[in-house]
Design a protein around this ligand. Structure first.
Ligand code: FAD
Length: 315
């Protein structure tokens, strides 16, 4: 029996979210006296997973799995879990994983909990802490089935280096592709996707028009961040809909969220609340965003942002 994680990759490179899953699974495995197996699909260098506590890697390398296909990938996860006798399967909360996790749970006849943010409160019964109500509260959920699937909230646990070694084994699951095809909707925003970003630079209607986004993109580039926007901005077609964050857009759980010219409406905050540090730049000291931010600059974005870029470039 082991714990199985699905270690996502993009263009052959293991994603950072996989390291967080590995760190989390290792701690649970230590509690339960078991080991961690990582499933990779068409990833190149998998040895890096050992650094975060993975004991074994099941490597799938199949051309027909090159494009993300939720049903086929869920089927692969099921086969890997059954091969390893895994009682706990841990996925992330990326867009792909949000499709996959409930499907994998269904395939495995397992109970499922999303948005898990901490190590299990207890293992018998198996109780996990999850965010609820647009990240405004927590709930504790007991999973009672034999096999359990959980999805870890992004940046909720962090990375813990274990510096172990992992064995790697080729795994050739049987895949049928006559299944619903789900396009990968993660679009690249700047150089980093919103889901993967440690830092997100987001801007709102305060920027007046799409022609003013150059400074937002420049700030994002300097910081290695993804760009995002408020809902009206994408409704107005100033920015693509893939950048819209909030209650009706993408959730953001970055380490740093910088909001420029965004008022801080409740529907916006609901989607970015899980971010660790929130910085606001707004010329209205009464803007509601200041009430939920960690740091705020009251000022004109057209002066503050270029100045910030200049200072950052001096480092
Ligand atoms: P505004 O409210 O117009 O605010 C612009 C801000 O820019 C102001 O605070 C202003 O002081 C500041 N500003 C102006 N000029 C400058 C300057 N030169 N320098 C600095 N600051 C300046 N919104 C979302 O974002 N995401 C959602 O998912 C979402 N879902 C919704 C769902 C529902 C059902 C509803 C009803 C609404 C939803 N909204 C959502 C919309 C939300 O209520 C707000 O209308 C929206 O977030 C406001 O966007 P904004 O802050 O960019 O614009």
């Amino acid at each position: 029996m082991s714990i199985l994680i699905y270690a996502e990759s993009a263009e052959g490179k293991i994603k950072k979210v996989a390291f967080e899953l590995a760190s989390y699974a290792k701690k649970v495995a230590e509690q339960q006296g078991t080991t961690v197996t990582a499933l990779t699909i068409n990833a190149d260098d998998v040895s890096v997973l050992a650094k975060y506590g993975v004991d074994k890697v099941l490597k799938v390398n199949q051309a027909d799995l090159k494009t993300f296909n939720a049903k086929a990938y869920a089927d692969v996860i099921k086969q890997a879990a059954q091969k390893e006798g895994a009682k706990l399967v841990v996925l992330s909360s990326t867009t792909d994983a949000k499709y996959l996790a409930p499907l994998a749970a269904m395939d495995l006849d397992a109970s499922f909990a999303s948005n898990v943010v901490a190590l299990p409160e207890s293992t018998a019964p198996f109780i996990v802490k999850r965010t609820a109500f647009s990240n405004k509260g927590f709930v504790f959920t007991a999973l009672e089935s034999d096999v359990k699937v959980i999805a870890l909230g992004k940046n909720s646990f962090g990375l813990i280096e274990a510096n172990g070694t992992a064995t790697a084994e080729d795994f050739n699951p049987t895949v049928t592709l006559d299944q619903i095809k789900v396009e990968n909707v993660e679009k690249v925003s700047g150089k980093v996707t919103i889901a993967d970003a440690e830092i997100v630079v987001s801007a709102g209607r305060g920027l007046k028009g799409p022609e003013n986004w150059g400074m937002v993109e420049e700030l994002a580039e300097v910081l290695g961040a993804a760009t995002a926007c408020s809902k009206p901005v994408s409704d107005l077609d100033w920015r693509p809909h893939s950048e819209h964050v909030g209650q009706t857009g993408k959730p953001v759980a970055a380490n740093l969220y910088i909001a420029i010219g965004i008022s801080g409406a409740i529907q916006h905050i609901a989607g970015i609340n899980a971010s660790k540090v929130k910085v606001v730049i707004n010329n209205d000291p009464e803007a509601p965003f200041f009430k939920v931010s960690d740091y705020g600059v009251v000022g004109d974005a057209f002066q503050v942002v270029p100045e910030l870029i200049k200072k950052l470039k001096e480092f």
